[in-house]
Design a binder for this molecule. Structure first.
Ligand SMILES: [Zn+2]
Length: 137
């Protein structure tokens, strides 16, 4: 079991630069300003182009370790520019509006942020375990 967050942004003049900038800012706000992100081309049916987004490994900072399988990168999620056919099916003028969509596992983000060894720890309801993660504004 895991939980996935999906989101999208639609407006006039939304570009891939907006997409990468928002993902970069989001991940840096959680993991720190010194980590890089990268996009790798990939296929998802409702976006074009599509990509997977990776975060520089939070443990080894890109040097390579067991967690990142010696690659220096961690796969976080997928994203892409919303395909014009999706807009047309919704009755939205794809010449006027553009947008992007993204998705990632929130449990994976929590595991990496707090260095958890096992995802299942988040779902056992152990109050002592959960109390070590104070809610931050
Ligand atoms: Zn690593």
């Amino acid at each position: 079991m895991f939980h996935q967050i999906e989101g999208f942004v639609i407006d006039k003049d939304i570009s891939m630069a907006d997409m990468k900038g928002i993902v970069d800012r989001f991940l840096k706000s959680i993991f720190g300003q010194d980590l890089s992100i990268r996009l790798r081309p990939s296929f998802f049916p409702f976006v074009e182009p599509g990509a997977e987004f990776d975060l520089q490994c939070v443990k080894c900072r890109g040097k390579g370790c067991r967690i990142c399988k010696e690659t220096g990168w961690l796969e976080i999620g997928g994203l892409g520019m919303i395909h014009p056919n999706v807009f047309e099916k919704l009755g939205v003028d794809s010449e006027e509006y553009t947008g992007f969509a993204f998705g990632f596992g929130i449990d994976r983000i929590a595991m990496l942020r707090y260095g958890l060894a096992d995802l299942r720890q988040l779902f056992e309801g152990d109050q002592l375990f959960l109390s070590q993660f104070p809610i931050q504004p």
